[in-house]
Structures are given as structure tokens and as C-alpha cells.
Design a binder for this molecule. Structure first.
Ligand SMILES: *Cc1c(COP(=O)(O)O)cnc(C)c1O
Length: 221
């Protein structure tokens, strides 16, 4: 975890600005914000919580464990796991993660169902063809959703990450994800990050995941 300082007043100000962007982009509906605290210390979680955000996103198992150990929050937050997930990390995370957003293969479904029966999950779709970003190919998603449901997991929606590059390049993938979520009857569409959230909101995002837009540039890992 980094030593990049967090200024709680600045985070609160950015939360206000972010809420304004969300209202402008989706004036007719509620969109939830996941504060992505990866790369920052536990004080980022505290600042987000104090600014009124109660969903926190993390990408690395060791960071979740380290932060959970030291954090004593007045208000509980909901922890969302967003990163590439190795099967052997599920066990250490099972008591800590509330929502698993990066479920992209059957072995993960099976392990999460084993370690955290009935857990809330999103199935991650790969929207960019970039394998390092994880996610299942769109044609595999229906099968994975069915597998997760039959394993007893609560499948709340789909998650996707847009390609690198201009925000507009994310539109077609976001649109496909939303169409598929519609088709499968899944209410949540976790799409949109700091740089492409307007496009995601236009395409039907119900949940955006924002890191640098709240906490500033992330230190290199
Ligand atoms: C890092 C990350 C985010 C946040 O990205 P920003 O560009 O900092 O807003 C959102 N979703 C996932 C899956 C991530 O890995």
C-alpha cells in the first residue's frame, strides 16, 4: 500500500463533483458509486466513507486483507472485489468481500460458492479483447450466469471495463453488456470509470467505479 497522502476535504469535494456528473449523465435514475481505493491506504476508505460513499472497490487480495485489519469505521462499508482473482485467494477474502464483481469463470464460481455460500456476485464480461483485463467473452456469459445461479450465488448483474483510449471507444462494449443484462434479466450494470463514466451512463450504467477521479492519480504498483 502506498504512502500517497489523502486529503479528506479534497475527496469530499470530488465526491460532490462526481455526484454532479452522475446527475447530469443520468438525471432520471439512481446510479451507485463504488469508490475504488486500490493503491491507496486505509485512509482513502475512511475519506470515502466520511464523504458519504459506502461502496468500496479493491483489486488486490493482500490490500483488502491489510486494510480490513486496521480499519475501524463508524459506518460499515460494502466491499466490492474488482480485480483479477486467483482461485487460491478466494478463501482469504471470503469473510471480507460483500460483492464479487470479477467472476469470469466456472472455477471461481465454484470456489466462491464453497467459501462464501449464497454470496452476491457480478459476472465480468471482457469488452475489449484485452486478456489482462479479465472477463468472460460475451457468448460465455449466459452459461456462467446459469452456473452461478445453480451454485446458489446471487447474480446481481454484469461488470465490464472499457478499452484503453478515448471514452467513446467504450460505447459499443457497454451497449452489448447492457443488452445482455437486459436479456438475462440482471438489474445491475457495473460500467463506467473516471474517464468513461459519461458514456457508461448514457448506455445504461447502474453502478460506476471511480478511483483516480476521487483520490487522484494512483502511485505505480
Ligand atoms: C482501477 C479500476 C477502476 C477505477 O479506475 P479509475 O480510472 O481510477 O476510475 C474501476 N474498475 C476496475 C475494474 C478497476 O480495476
Amino acid at each position: 500500500m502506498s504512502m500517497v497522502p489523502i486529503d479528506p476535504a479534497l475527496v469530499a469535494q470530488r465526491v460532490d463533483q462526481l455526484r454532479a456528473r452522475v446527475r447530469a449523465g443520468a438525471p432520471d435514475r439512481q446510479v451507485r458509486i463504488v469508490a475504488v481505493t486500490k493503491g491507496f491506504g486505509p485512509e482513502a476508505v475512511v475519506a470515502a466513507s466520511e464523504a458519504g460513499l459506502n461502496l468500496v472497490g479493491e483489486n488486490y487480495a493482500q490490500e483488502v486483507v491489510a486494510k480490513a485489519e486496521v480499519l475501524h469505521l463508524d459506518r460499515p462499508v460494502e466491499w466490492h472485489f474488482l480485480g483479477r482473482l486467483q482461485r487460491n485467494k478466494v478463501r482469504s477474502l471470503a469473510g471480507l468481500i460483500d460483492v464479487w464483481q470479477s467472476v469470469d469463470r466456472r472455477e471461481l464460481v465454484d470456489e466462491i460458492a464453497r467459501r462464501s455460500p449464497g454470496a452476491r456476485v457480478f459476472i465480468q464480461a471482457n469488452l475489449s479483447g484485452e486478456s489482462h483485463k479479465g472477463g468472460a467473452a460475451l457468448p460465455e456469459i449466459a452459461d456462467l450466469v446459469g452456473h452461478a445461479l445453480s451454485a446458489g450465488l446471487m447474480v446481481e448483474g454484469l461488470m465490464g471495463v472499457g478499452p484503453d483510449g478515448p471514452a467513446e471507444a467504450a460505447r459499443i462494449g457497454f451497449r452489448s453488456l447492457v443488452a445482455l443484462a437486459d436479456q438475462l434479466g440482471l438489474p445491475e450494470r457495473s460500467i463506467g470509470m473516471t474517464d468513461d463514466l459519461e458514456v457508461a451512463l448514457q448506455e445504461g450504467s447502474t453502478m460506476i467505479r471511480v478511483g483516480s477521479g476521487l483520490f487522484g492519480p494512483r502511485p505505480a504498483r
